[in-house]
Design a protein around this ligand. Structure first.
Ligand SMILES: Cc1ncc(COP(=O)(O)O)c(C=O)c1O
Length: 489
């Protein structure tokens, strides 16, 4: 087929914002790459081509010149322009009617498959919050006006470095976080031990990558947080599910079944997803085993700011004498998840390694949100926001508990209710919790099935996780009424 014939169907769009020469360049490049015109073929002389296309000769010259610079075309003045001979392109590829199969997809590596294999972790939630969205704070009470003012001020006077920053994070923020954690959770730390991360997910990823070798055993709570399981699978660790009872992770079972574990991941303030607080006895048992067996303990305090009754127990990190606890925190609950800010407190001996690891991952977490957060904390807005949201979420929690009590007491058994942003309920009759979640979703109500959080389905309890922070009491009551219709149908 002659080139002019091949390109005869070419139409350039004069109304398009893309310049005509660019459209022509794309069209010829596409024709070469798809095998419509082959190496060695001659293109029409520029004047003639311009006439055929109804464009200026300059448009054709510009397109040819770009294609020549990129090696698709070659030619000398007077001799004409040709599709380059030495392009590694086989002729007649992907022509309509061609029998050549599409190129085979390359499979992921074994490591890659483990990296992305945790399907249950792929939940995104955006849009207007609904009852009973999990993991979502009440953005209706977030002081966006203040945040916007602080951010605008930072951009007006970007007096901090706009080049590559400290991989461990913006120093003033690390100082403020260290002071906050010392005062609120008794965490023993200096700013040097604080590493700012892009959410606690990245903190967990760093921990697994830096502290575990392939096939090392790691305890996780069962039921437990899927974000951690995903990270441990990605690190090629052996994930050892250890049951949780009403005192938290059953340390003795962990010791009995997986004594060689190098790491234990726990959520002691508010076990995810059951909501249990780890007893002091278990905390001491865990720390004692970890110290004697050189096991790391990862303490994930993702929502410890929210406790509605009783006093919080001391953090594991504050009780640790052997330097085996790594403390992980998140701003996702106390501010909002899309901010992607979290932090780690590591023993002093690991601070340098974690900063280097963080640099390898992404150099550092974006500087501007870190600086804005530092201002937000330094000017007192952070503590005010925590106080205010504690009150608001306390009301939302009370509305949910009351509605469940009056409308669904015969269907559900409430789990612990003294902390966090969600309530976990067990389903009394033999309901399939995943089917209940699907049916509720059809009626505009979100919930998560408790059985999803278990390592295996055989011993999974049936229940629902109901987030109460994201919406106001009337929506909560409406949501419970819908759950009632679903469970009674
Ligand atoms: C147990 C647990 N840890 C951490 C997080 C927060 O993760 P991130 O800071 O990556 O948003 C969550 C969020 O739902 C969680 O449930």
């Amino acid at each position: 087929m002659h080139v002019a014939q091949s390109l005869s169907s070419l139409r350039l769009d004069t109304a398009s914002p893309t310049p005509l020469f660019r459209q022509l360049y794309e069209a010829i490049k596409g024709a070469i790459l798809s095998g419509q015109i082959n190496p060695g073929m001659q293109l029409p002389p520029t004047r003639e081509f311009a006439l055929i296309l109804g464009v200026s000769r300059q448009t054709v010259l510009n397109a040819f010149s770009q294609l020549t610079a990129e090696g698709f075309l070659s030619g000398t003045t007077g001799k004409g322009t040709f599709v380059s001979e030495n392009l590694p392109i086989s002729s007649n590829r992907n022509l309509p009617g061609s029998t050549m199969p599409p190129p085979a997809l390359r499979p992921l590596s074994g490591r890659g498959q483990r990296f992305v294999g945790q399907e249950t972790f792929l939940n995104t939630h955006n849009g207007i919050p609904k009852a009973f969205r999990i993991g979502m704070p009440g953005i209706d009470v977030f002081p966006f006006d203040i945040w916007a003012r602080l951010e605008a001020r930072r951009w007006r006077r970007p007096d901090y470095q706009l080049g590559y920053g400290d991989p461990a994070g913006y120093r003033p923020l690390r100082e403020l976080l260290a002071a906050y954690l010392r005062a609120s959770r008794g965490v023993h730390c200096s700013p040097e031990q604080v590493i700012v991360t892009s959410g606690s997910q990245q903190a967990l990823f760093l921990i697994a990558s830096l502290l575990l070798s392939p096939d090392d055993a790691a305890w996780v709570e069962n039921p437990g947080y899927q974000g951690t399981n995903a990270v441990l699978h990605a690190a090629q660790a052996r994930v050892c599910a250890v049951p949780v009872d009403d005192q938290g992770i059953c340390v003795s079972l962990g010791i009995e079944n997986h004594p060689d574990a190098k790491l234990a991941y726990v959520t002691p303030s508010h076990q995810y997803p059951l909501g249990v607080t780890m007893s002091l006895q278990r905390r001491l048992e865990l720390l004692d085993w970890a110290a004697r067996n050189k096991m790391w303990v990862v303490e994930d305090e993702y929502d410890s700011e929210y406790r509605y009754t009783g006093r919080p127990l001391a953090s594991l990190q504050s009780l640790d004498k052997a330097g085996c606890v790594i403390y992980v925190g998140s701003l996702s609950k106390v501010l909002f998840p899309a901010l992607r800010l979290g932090y780690l407190v590591v023993p002093p001996s690991l601070a340098d390694a974690f900063a280097r690891g963080k640099a390898v991952l992404d150099r550092h977490t974006p500087s501007v949100p870190q600086a804005v957060l530092a201002d937000f904390i330094a000017e007192g807005h952070f503590i005010r926001h925590i106080r205010r949201t504690r009150e608001v979420y306390g009301e939302r929690r009370a509305a949910l508990m009351e509605a469940l009590d009056t409308q669904l007491a015969d269907e559900m058994q409430m789990g612990p209710t003294d902390a966090g942003l969600h309530l976990t309920v067990a389903l009394k009759r033999n309901h399939n919790d995943r089917a209940v979640v699907q049916a509720a979703l059809q009626q505009g109500v979100e919930a998560r099935a408790l059985s999803q959080f278990y390592a295996t389905r055989d011993h999974a309890a049936s229940g629902l996780l109901l987030g109460f922070a994201a919406v106001a009491p009337p929506q909560i009551r409406h949501g419970v009424a819908i759950l009632r219709t679903v469970l009674k149908s």
